[in-house]
Structures are given as structure tokens and as C-alpha cells.
Design a protein around this ligand. Structure first.
Ligand SMILES: *Cc1c(COP(=O)(O)O)cnc(C)c1O
Length: 241
């Protein structure tokens, strides 16, 4: 890439990150929380690997992706130049689990038992332990991803039984048409339920560009921001499965 365009892009991202950090600090102080209780995950889907390198150079090393092919290609592209932690946040097919387990630091979208065994087997083959979050469908419309609340305890148990997975917490997306505060309150309640059974599962991944302040107010420990950091998504030519 052209060096001037590259410097301009880095500056653009740096400014967006500065603004995000101010807004996160404000949301934390409004909620009586400390900014270091909230980890920022930059969702880079549809943005080039060069943006991941810019983010890493600005100190943001938690990177989210939602499709295996794109994530795997980007992970290979940046592996030599930056140490980033890949968070898989999208709907995952079982036949992609082995691939995802090879580069992901955390899979945030575990929503059914068949994925648990596939991810655990994939991680075991590489002799590693994979962090996971259970994705919960707050309105019970599991077509959009996430486990229904009534199936949550069984899924939690199966992750706790998986030899190569650790259960770190819960994740959700606010359902369409719901007030974000209502959604994230419900998630906080379900997180409490999970923690009674698995006290180490403290992470609450909630909040995207449009609703991260509400998520922070409801106790989010990770927020997942794409457009707010990187601008409008455009297809940069990664293959679609
Ligand atoms: C794309 C995506 C995000 C980021 O969305 P923005 O609105 O661009 O911040 C967060 N979480 C998931 C699961 C996503 O797929």
C-alpha cells in the first residue's frame, strides 16, 4: 500500500479510537465503573489486514471477525507482523470449528453442543486450550444465533466438561426492536445464573457501535466495535464461504 494513504488511514483510526476511548470512559464513570473493566474488541470484518496492523500499532490487539475464511486469511496475513488475539464472533458451522480453533484466542459465539465437541477436538489436536463465551439469544429467536435461555444450563455444562475449552462468560447481540438496556439487563441476569455454576465465567460481551454505552451501564466487560472505529464496511475481497 502507498505509504501516504497508509499514514492517513492510521491517523483516521487513531482519531476514531481516541473518541471511542473518551466515550467509554464517560459511560464507565456514569455507571460508577473503571475504564479498565471494559475491554475493547475491534471487529474488522470487511476491512483489510492492514487495518488490523494499524489497530495493533495503536495498542488494540483484541480483534473480532465473524467468518472463518476471512478471519483465517487475515490471521495468516498479520501473524508475522503483530501479535493479536482473534475473537470469533459470528455464526459458526461445525465443519469450520477445526479451522477456527487453530487461530482463535476466544470463540464468543458458542451456541450449541455440537460446536462444543468440534471446537474442543480442534483445540486438543493443537495441544491448546480455547477460551469460549456462550452466545445467548435474548428473544429466543435462535435463527439469528445464540442459545435459548432454557437451553443455557445444558450448554454451560457441556463446555465445562470439554477438556480443551474454558468457559469465560456470555455474549449477546441486542435483538432487533428491543431497547438495548432491556436486552443487556436480561443478559446480566443470565450471566449471574451462569456464574453461580461457573464462577470463573465473568466476561459479559455486549454492545456494538450503536449501543455500547447501554451495555457498559449493564455491566459489559467486553464491547465489540466495528463501524465506530473503522467506518462504513466495504467488501475488500475476502472470499465468502
Ligand atoms: C459486526 C459485528 C459487530 C460490530 O458491529 P458495529 O455495529 O459495526 O460496531 C459486533 N458484534 C458482532 C457479533 C458483529 O457481527
Amino acid at each position: 500500500m502507498n505509504i501516504i494513504a497508509d499514514a492517513t488511514r492510521r491517523e483516521e483510526i487513531a482519531q476514531a479510537l481516541g473518541l471511542v476511548n473518551e466515550e467509554v470512559t464517560a459511560a464507565c464513570s456514569a455507571a460508577g465503573r473503571k475504564p479498565d473493566e471494559v475491554r475493547l474488541v475491534a471487529v474488522t470484518k470487511n476491512f483489510p489486514a492492514s487495518d488490523v496492523l494499524h489497530l495493533a500499532s495503536l495498542g488494540l490487539v483484541d480483534i473480532g471477525e465473524n467468518r472463518d475464511q476471512e478471519a483465517a486469511a487475515k490471521a495468516a496475513e498479520v501473524a508475522e507482523s503483530a501479535a493479536v488475539r482473534w475473537h470469533f464472533v459470528g455464526r459458526l458451522q461445525r465443519n469450520k470449528a477445526k479451522s477456527v480453533a487453530s487461530y482463535a484466542h476466544m470463540v464468543q459465539s458458542v451456541d450449541r453442543k455440537s460446536l462444543v465437541s468440534a471446537l474442543s477436538t480442534g483445540a486438543a489436536r493443537l495441544d491448546r486450550r480455547l477460551a469460549t463465551l456462550v452466545q445467548i439469544s435474548l428473544d429466543g429467536d435462535t435463527e439469528r444465533g445464540g442459545v435459548a435461555a432454557e437451553d443455557l444450563p445444558g450448554l454451560v455444562d457441556s463446555i465445562l466438561d470439554a477438556p480443551s475449552l474454558s468457559l469465560n462468560g456470555v455474549m449477546a447481540v441486542a435483538p432487533l426492536g428491543w431497547e438495548p438496556a432491556r436486552a443487556f439487563d436480561a443478559l446480566a441476569g443470565l450471566s449471574e445464573q451462569v456464574k453461580q455454576h461457573a464462577p470463573q465465567a465473568r466476561e459479559i460481551s455486549a454492545g456494538m457501535s450503536g449501543d455500547f454505552a447501554e451495555a457498559i451501564a449493564c455491566g459489559a466487560t467486553m464491547i465489540r466495535l466495528g463501524s465506530k472505529l473503522l467506518g462504513r464496511r466495504r467488501n475488500v475481497g475476502y472470499p465468502v464461504r
